[in-house]
Design a protein around this ligand. Structure first.
Ligand SMILES: [Fe+2]
Length: 328
């Protein structure tokens, strides 16, 4: 919380209340061993913690994700973080809106407040460190670009292990995109970055964050759920090495390499064992705490990607909803 951003000494947007980071998510999957194998291959530091797995990035003790076991795969809870001095005012504001606060779910040690969003997702706001970036990340620094007369790449056998730098954002299928925008703006103090009509929308934190830390895509009348989790790689090379590492370990199906329009990030998505996706991402747009971003409404035919391979046919298929819908 002491990092300098934009103007010297200013680390938060004055006079406004809002979460600063998407701190942690909790997901339920039918078989923890399957998750363990996938996320290790993806390059995460997967730690066994009681009857759950903790998802970490190497070199940090911040737990980005908790994976528990249950009959059906689902995103179970999303925890956002606020500055300590903002917590009580936010709590009062939320109570004043008539939103019912709940006890922390079993198994959560929590100093936060819990409630449900319009999609029935369990949401927490707690006091925790700011894990969203405080400035545009130094893109390309991980590429290790070499001067002339030296070798820049590696032999296949000697290529480096892939290690995502941090969890970046998630995209959720939601019941109603405008309703989710309104709720996350009013209750969590986030701002709309860009949208494509009522199909998809991206939201950022007001205290300096990536172009989006959460995004919403219409579930088209089906059950809300996870579309993808995104991890920052710091470079295109990191994305490419990630996709190759996954292929080496048997995870072939993906979409990339490409570049998004909204958010501008380079990407390669890997399909996870449950049909949702994990994104290797780099160079996403950054919105500083002292900048009022002008939200665009991008036409659907021009919203998803600037360049890249054709979209997989099931990229926007809601596999999480399939578990609950009766076939036929
Ligand atoms: Fe993404």
């Amino acid at each position: 919380m002491t990092a300098i951003t934009g103007k010297i000494g200013i680390t938060k947007r004055p006079g406004e209340l809002g979460v600063h980071s998407l701190s942690t998510f909790k997901m339920i999957v039918p078989d923890l061993a399957v998750a363990d194998n996938f996320y290790r291959a993806f390059g995460l530091d997967v730690r066994e913690e009681g009857d759950t797995l903790g998802l970490y990035t190497f070199g940090s003790d911040h737990r980005w994700g908790v994976i528990g076991e249950g009959p059906q795969k689902r995103m179970s809870a999303i925890s956002f973080a606020a500055f300590e001095e903002d917590f009580e005012p936010m709590k009062r504001r939320i109570e004043g809106m008539g939103i019912r606060l709940m006890d922390a779910p079993a198994g959560f040690e929590s100093n936060g407040i819990w409630f449900r969003d319009p999609n029935d997702f369990l949401v927490e706001i707690k006091v925790a460190e700011k894990t969203s970036p405080n400035a545009k990340v130094d893109f390309g620094a991980m590429d290790g670009s070499k001067p002339g007369n030296t070798i820049g790449s590696w032999g296949r056998a000697k290529k480096p292990e892939v290690r995502p730098l941090r969890f970046a954002h998630m995209l959720m299928f939601v019941a109603n995109v405008p309703q989710s925008i309104e709720f996350y703006a009013r209750v969590l103090g986030m701002r709309l970055s860009d949208r494509t009509g009522d199909i998809i929308a991206f939201m950022h934190g007001i205290h300096g964050s990536d172009h989006h830390m959460i995004a919403f895509v219409t579930a088209n009348g089906r059950r809300p759920g996870l579309h993808h989790l995104s991890w920052d790689m710091g470079s295109i090379n990191g994305i490419g090495l990630g996709a190759m590492q996954m292929a080496d370990r048997g995870f072939q199906k993906g979409w990339g390499l490409g570049r998004h329009v909204l958010g501008s990030n380079y990407f390669h998505y890997m399909q996870d064992p449950w049909g949702s996706w994990s994104e290797y991402s780099a160079d996403i747009d950054y919105i500083g705490l002292d900048h009022d971003w002008e939200a665009k409404d991008q036409p659907p035919e021009d919203g998803i990607y600037v360049w890249g391979p054709e979209l997989p046919k099931d990229f926007l298929h809601n596999y999480e909803a399939d578990q609950y819908d009766t076939p036929g």
